[in-house]
Design a protein around this ligand. Structure first.
Ligand code: NAP
Length: 338
C-alpha cells in the first residue's frame, strides 16, 4: 500500500550521478524509489544493483516516456545530459509529475520561462538541483550575514576548479550549445554561489573572459556580475587549475569564507569569519549529506504544499547570467541584463 508520508519517485535515466542521488532517495525518510528508466538495455538494472542493491520491487522502464506514464509515480529526478533537461522537464510536467532536475535546468532562458508557465498550469513543483545549498554550512553563512556581523555585503568571490582527468574528458565532448564545457558543468555553481547574498538584488550586467577548446567548449572562465551600487559577484572556474571549492563574502564591517562548498558526508565543513573590530572565528559544523537533504526538502515541499527553497525565478536569473557571461566571453565586452 502507498505510504502517504512518502513521495513516490522515478529516476529518468541511468546516469553516473545516480551514485549520489539514488542512495539519497532510498535513505530519505519521506521518499520512496518506485522506478528507473534507461534507453540503454540493462543500464537501469545495473545502476540499481550498484547503488540501491537492497531495494526490491523497483520498476524498470526502457523508455523515459513509459516512466512518465506510470500513474503511481508522483515525482521524477531528472539526471539526463544537460541538453535534454529542458525538454524532458517539460514532458514530465505535462505528465503531471513534480520534477527535481539536475543543474542546469535548461540551456536557454526561453526554456525556463516555458517550464515556469507549464509548472503553474499543471500545478506541480519544479526545482533545479543545486544540492550544495541544502548543506547546513550555507544556512549558517546566511545566519552570519543576516546577523549584521560583517555589515552590508559588498562583494562575493566564488572559485571552483580541478584538473580534469583524462577519464572525465567526456565533459568537454559537447559544444557549449549542447551543454558541454565548464560553464554548464561547474560554472553554473560558481555563478549561483556568487549570487548567494544578492538573491534579492537585480543583476545589471556581466563581464567575463574564457578559454575555449577546438569544439567551442570552455575550460576556464572568470567574470564579474554587477549588482549595482558597488556590489559585485566575482566567479572563477576551471578544469585546468588546482582544486578549489570556496567562496568569500566581504561586507562593510568584515568578511567570511566557506572553505569547502562541496563538503561531502565524510568531510568537516569549515567557515571562518573576521570583523574590522578584531573579532575572528573558525567554525566547524557537523558533516551532512547535501544530496539527501535536497531530496528530503523537495519531498517535504510536495507532500506539505510548501514552495521549494530554490525557486524557478532563481533558476531563470542564474540562466540569464550564464547566457550573458558566455556572450560576454565570446564578444569580449560587458553584456547588459535588461
Ligand atoms: N549535483 C551534482 O553534484 C552533479 C554531479 C555530476 C553531474 N551532475 C549533473 O547530472 C547530470 C548527469 O551527469 P552525469 O555525468 O551523471 O551524466 P551521464 O553519466 O553522462 O548520464 C547522462 C545520461 O546520458 C545517458 N548515458 C549515460 N551513459 C551513457 C553512455 N555510456 N552512452 C550513452 N548514453 C549514456 C543516460 O541516459 P539513459 O540511461 O536514458 O541512456 C543518462 O541519464 C548532468 O546534468 C550534470 O550536470 C550533477
Amino acid at each position: 500500500m502507498n505510504d502517504p508520508n512518502k513521495l513516490r519517485w522515478g529516476i529518468l535515466g541511468a546516469a553516473r550521478i545516480n551514485q549520489q542521488l539514488m542512495p539519497a532517495i532510498v535513505s530519505a525518510g519521506n521518499s520512496e524509489l518506485v522506478a528507473i528508466a534507461s534507453r540503454r538495455p540493462g543500464a537501469a538494472e545495473e545502476t540499481l544493483s550498484q547503488y540501491a542493491p537492497d531495494q526490491e520491487n523497483v520498476k524498470i522502464y526502457d523508455q523515459p516516456e513509459a516512466l512518465l506514464d506510470d500513474a503511481s509515480i508522483q515525482a521524477v529526478y531528472l539526471p539526463l545530459s544537460n541538453h535534454e533537461h529542458g525538454q524532458w522537464t517539460l514532458r514530465a510536467i505535462e505528465s503531471g509529475k513534480h520534477v527535481l532536475c539536475e543543474k542546469p535546468l535548461a540551456l536557454a532562458v526561453a526554456d525556463i520561462e516555458a517550464i515556469e508557465a507549464a509548472a503553474r498550469e499543471n500545478n506541480v513543483k519544479v526545482m533545479e538541483g543545486f544540492m550544495y545549498r541544502f548543506h547546513p554550512q550555507h544556512i549558517r553563512v546566511k545566519e552570519i550575514i543576516d546577523s549584521g556581523l560583517i555589515g552590508e555585503v559588498k562583494s562575493v568571490r566564488s572559485c571552483f576548479s580541478f584538473l580534469l582527468q583524462p577519464a572525465r574528458k567526456y565533459r568537454l565532448a559537447e559544444s557549449i550549445g549542447r551543454g558541454g564545457g565548464a560553464m554548464w558543468d561547474i560554472g553554473c555553481y560558481a555563478i549561483h554561489a556568487a549570487r548567494l547574498p544578492f538573491m534579492n538584488e537585480t543583476p545589471l550586467s556581466v563581464t567575463a573572459m574564457a578559454k575555449h577548446i577546438e569544439n567551442g567548449a570552455d575550460v576556464s572562465c572568470s567574470g564579474i556580475i554587477d549588482f549595482g551600487d558597488g556590489k559585485y559577484g566575482q566567479f572563477d572556474f576551471s578544469f585546468e587549475r588546482a582544486r578549489r571549492a570556496e567562496y568569500e563574502v566581504i561586507g562593510s564591517k568584515g568578511g567570511l569564507k566557506c572553505h569547502n562548498v562541496w563538503a561531502k558526508q565524510a568531510e568537516t565543513p569549515v567557515i571562518s569569519w573576521w570583523t574590522e573590530s578584531g573579532r575572528q572565528c573558525v567554525e566547524t559544523l557537523p558533516a551532512a549529506n547535501h544530496f539527501q537533504l535536497e531530496v528530503e526538502h523537495f519531498s517535504d515541499c510536495v507532500l506539505t504544499g510548501k514552495n521549494p527553497g530554490l525557486s524557478l525565478t532563481d533558476a531563470n536569473t542564474n540562466c540569464r547570467i550564464i547566457v550573458a557571461a558566455l556572450q560576454s566571453a565570446a564578444q569580449g565586452q560587458r553584456v547588459q541584463l535588461d
